[in-house]
Design a protein around this ligand. Sequence first.
Ligand code: HPA
Length: 271
Amino acid sequence: MTKLSEMLKETTSFLKEKGIKEVEFGLILGSGLGELADEIEDAIAIPFSEIPHFAVSAVVGHAGKLVYGTLSGKKVLAMQGRFHYYEGHSMQTVTYPVRMMAAIGAHSIIVTNAAGGVNENFTPGNLMLITDHINFTFDNPLIGENEDEMGPRFPDMSHAYTPEYAEVARKVAKAQNVPLQEGVYMGFSGPTYETPAEIRMSRVMGADAVGMSTVSEVIVAAHSGLKVLGISCITNLAAGMQSSLNHAEVVETTERVKGQFKELVKAALAA
Ligand code: HPA
């Protein structure tokens, strides 16, 4: 198998040739939240399908391109869409974009997702600052040989969601009068939504929200030494807390709150 570091060299030299040079923040934009990438100035957009070693993604609500440019005065590289484990990709493929962001020089990533609310105080449409996660996917992107130049064999996850960024998010949310919940994101593999019993379990275990992404990306971010800000859009109450669940509702809710979401992320970037 080709070494990860060699694959990354091919990917980053391709991106550099396209004009992607200085990167400060990587953005991973979840279901229905990709519109933020349309606000990037002097944008260079590249479909995932053209990027060496990238997979292709085809979920409704995921555009599937990389967008580079300036947002809130910062050099950003945004994933408009992401790869999911439930699509059949390996965890290494799912997290390759995070590797790429670190390799091209980003110091931080902002990860976003649509999530189901487990905490009974949440309502659909709330934004939630992710303070920690529970990896309940029964897999881990770091399983296998460790390439020591990429990061440590046993990464510390104590501060995977950077506390100083959490503080920034709280401050800008307050300044903008955007209610910001906070809590623990529990990552499942999907593609089924959880059962009501699984949701009761997740609540006992300490989850405030559940979803099908993010945890593997944040594991790789921690391994790569990237700082992380995580924001969930609570699109629905989790299974058993409302009559039924469907993807259309997830899309509708993100549509409704994407304005607030975009303002929050832009203000956090500017801070
Ligand atoms: N469960 C898992 N993933 C989700 C949900 C949910 O309820 N809502 C949006 N993504």
